[in-house]
Design a protein around this ligand. Structure first.
Ligand code: GLA
Length: 739
């Protein structure tokens, strides 16, 4: 029965987010649970049938407000069972459920009816665990809730436990279902493709189901596990927004349904497509975490909360104490890929490293091509020994040189893959995902190792551990350049093979976790042919991500805009590469390229051995300027002032440090038309009473006036970039410092 009545208040000094307190309570008289954090209240109760019913998710209610007991929806018609219209926190597929179930199982007897009722609960300092039980069998589900006192972001996940004497097969398991009352809503989500990730799709929410998913064994470029639902039309600055991000790097699915009564339910977790997970007696399955939040301040408010949460709670390598701990801003890197592709040599890399050091680069990263018989993408993956022709003395001379130049050293790996033309594949053809006797579909001439297999997992962990033990490596760019095909795991009985979808991803996390323990300082970038593996699951281990192989500075402005709806600029690596760009054949100035990349975590990926002295001087100056304002750009509050989407002529962003002492503004012109000047930029988030001094970082054409004014001036009158700021592919950046 009800175990405890416990209310906790966690004090925390937040900046823009108040009140900085969380509390958790259970009202015994009404069986209502209530969770408060940040500016959010979330509530659910046990209804008279014993189901867990969602009651409220929105702005924070007063401490004394009384939330009435849960009453199931009435049966409106024989076609609309109360079981389906009542917004359950975690509905089993059974009784009269027609909407997406959170959990669907088949019992050994053939029974497929699962009805979950409240069993017990436990309140913790910042959360609740509620256990449900099937009305007949001994299948238990514990729902976990944990609120962040600063942002009100609620982490939800479930543990499914089989205590029946027979096995059960789970066919669908969500992390959580979120419910919203009937209203007119719009839906925002992120879609894309290779070199075209991070497209923000905005559409009215219609009756029926919108499915956002990956069936590819990994997060995918095509859709990202994040959504935001807004009351009315999408707005950057105002309106209620409910948003959530799923922390899972395997196949996932989020369904957004508006039912026949216009109520909305969002259910997300493992993708049920081709899914089965057998639980034997005593076994349990834990789902990924679904992080959900609420703001009345539009899509801008939603992403600021999410960024804050990611920086404060998800990302690894935090420095500082308690809630104030944050990851270090990323070192400015040089990466050799676009300069050399596979043609890496000791002399060539040292030549690049010398040029990089002279620019003020912090980290030198050697990309693909250094190992096995890797001349191109046809061979070598799987053979993680240093190529003797390219590096006759191993990696040490290069690494020593990089250190001598006062940079640290990073290396590219693609641990989960194998080329059929490799020693590893010749020795272990059975190690790849495959169905025996069936073809093995290649992509980029490679196959996927079945990391779910304990021997494969041990091999991958072993070679990475050896690489990091034998070489002084600060950073791994961890790549993953194809999706799955023929996902068989023939070591297991046929009925159990589909759990490869869970175990593979867990192995990836396990290896990353183990490497962190053995090599605590090593930092990781998650790359998957660009942005194919970016989610809050991998971000517990990865310090940064590669958002796209598309480094065209103009395309990147729109991609970066889309990226920031779900993810913080702290992790958004952005390299400056050569012009004309290899993908679009577009020519742009170095200043434009630099400023485009400086909106995120800056890197250089050009062939800098060919740069002129002027180009090197410009880059050096801007890298130094970037270093000075980087914490504000990557960890401040981001305001997307003018969107680059939908063919916009202009775009602008602004970030404000949490203490409001500094702000950085970026302005870009795509192509001036009909003489139109750049719009007055009404800044946001400054202290209205404080005086701020404006200093150009770069962008000679833009002559902003005045140079000192109040926060009120910049926010109400706006920043005037002047008559001369016109043309094609123009950029300007400014910093404002509180006096
Ligand atoms: C992927 C990455 C690139 C590069 C190549 C190397 O495409 O996204 O940045 O590392 O692999 O093969």
């Amino acid at each position: 029965m009800f175990k405890a009545l416990f209310a906790a208040a966690v004090l925390f000094a937040a900046s823009f987010i108040a009140p900085a307190q969380s509390s958790v309570s259970f009202d015994k008289s009404t069986s209502v649970f209530r969770i408060d954090g940040g500016n959010v209240t979330y509530s659910f109760g046990v209804n008279q049938r014993g189901e867990l019913q969602q009651l409220y998710w929105g702005g924070r209610l007063a401490a004394g407000d009384h939330i009435p007991a849960a009453i199931p929806m009435r049966e409106a018609a024989s076609f609309d069972s109360s079981y389906t219209t009542t917004p359950q926190e975690y509905a089993g597929w059974g009784a009269g459920l027609f909407v997406e179930p959170a959990l669907k199982v088949t019992f050994a007897s053939g029974n497929r009816d699962l009805v979950l009722h409240y069993e017990s609960h436990e309140l913790t300092q910042d959360g609740i665990d509620v256990t449900l039980k099937d009305i007949k069998s001994y299948v238990f589900v514990t729902l976990h809730y944990k609120i962040d006192p600063a942002t009100g972001i609620l982490a939800r996940w479930a543990t499914i436990l089989n205590r029946d004497p027979q096995p059960i097969t789970i066919e669908q398991a969500a992390a959580a279902s979120w419910a919203l009352p009937p209203a007119h809503y719009s839906l925002n989500y992120l879609t894309g493709r290779w070199a075209g990730e991070w497209t923000l799709t905005q559409e009215p929410l219609h009756p029926g189901e919108r499915v956002i998913e990956s069936r590819r064994g990994t997060t995918s470029h095509q859709a990202n596990p994040w959504f935001a639902i807004q009351t009315g039309d999408p707005s950057e600055i105002s309106g209620e927004v409910w948003f959530a991000a799923l922390a899972w790097s395997g196949s996932w699915r989020i369904t957004v349904e508006q039912d026949q009564l216009d109520a909305v339910r969002v259910t997300g977790g493992f993708n049920p497509f081709d899914f089965a997970y057998v639980l034997h007696t005593g076994q349990s399955l834990e789902t990924p975490v679904f992080y959900g939040g609420y703001t009345p301040h539009g899509l801008g408010g939603a992403s600021r909360l999410l960024h804050h949460y990611e920086v404060a709670h998800i990302l690894p390598h935090r420095v500082g104490q308690g809630e104030a701990a944050a990851p270090k801003p990323r070192p400015v890197i040089y990466n050799s890929w676009e300069a050399t592709e596979f043609t890496v040599t000791e002399a060539g890399q040292i030549a690049l490293a010398e040029k990089a050091a002279a620019l003020g680069i912090d980290r030198f990263v050697m990309d693909d091509g250094w190992f096995g018989q890797r001349k191109d993408d046809h061979a070598g993956l799987g053979d993680w020994y240093v190529n003797q022709q390219k590096f006759p003395h191993g990696l040490k001379p290069l690494i020593d040189k990089v250190h001598e130049l006062k940079m640290d050293f990073g290396l590219w790996v693609e641990p989960e893959m194998v080329n059929p033309d490799s020693d590893l594949y010749r020795k272990h053809p059975e190690w790849v995902l495959n169905f025996p006797g069936r073809p093995r579909t290649e992509a980029r001439n490679q196959l996927v190792l079945n990391l779910a297999r304990p021997d494969v997992r041990a091999y991958v962990l072993g070679f990475l551990d050896k690489l990091l033990t034998e070489n002084d490596i600060a950073f791994l760019k961890w790549d993953y350049n194809r999706n799955w095909s023929e996902p068989g795991w023939d070591q297991l009985p046929p009925a159990e093979q589909k759990k490869v979808y869970v175990e593979f991803t867990r192995s990836v996390y396990h290896i990353l976790d183990e490497l962190k323990k053995r090599h605590p300082k090593v930092e990781i970038e998650s790359c998957s042919g660009g942005g194919g593996r970016v989610d809050l699951g991998i971000l517990e281990y990865a310090d940064e991500v590669w958002p796209s192989d598309n480094t065209d500075p103009f395309d990147r402005i729109t991609q970066q805009d889309g990226f920031t709806y779900a993810y913080t600029p702290q992790i958004m690596m952005a390299w400056v590469t050569d012009s004309p760009h290899w993908l679009n054949k577009r020519s742009t100035s170095l200043t434009y390229r630099m400023l485009s990349s400086m909106q995120g975590s800056l890197g250089i990926g050009a062939n800098i051995t060919k740069w002129t002295e002027d180009e090197a001087a410009t880059a050096k100056r801007l890298i130094a300027a970037y270093h000075q304002v980087q914490p504000t750009i990557v960890q401040g509050d981001l305001y997307r002032l003018i969107s680059p989407r939908n063919g916009s002529e202009f775009s602008a962003t602004q970030t404000v440090s949490r203490d409001k002492s500094q702000s950085v503004v970026f302005a870009f012109i795509h192509s001036t038309q009909e003489g139109r000047g750049f719009p007055l930029l009404k800044l946001q988030g400054l202290d209205p009473a404080a005086q701020y001094t404006l200093t150009p970082i770069e962008g000679s054409a833009a002559k902003a006036t005045p140079t000192t004014a109040s926060g009120s001036w910049w926010m109400n009158h706006g920043l005037d970039l002047g008559e001369d700021f016109r043309g094609d592919f123009q950029a300007a950046a400014f910093r404002l410092d509180r006096k």
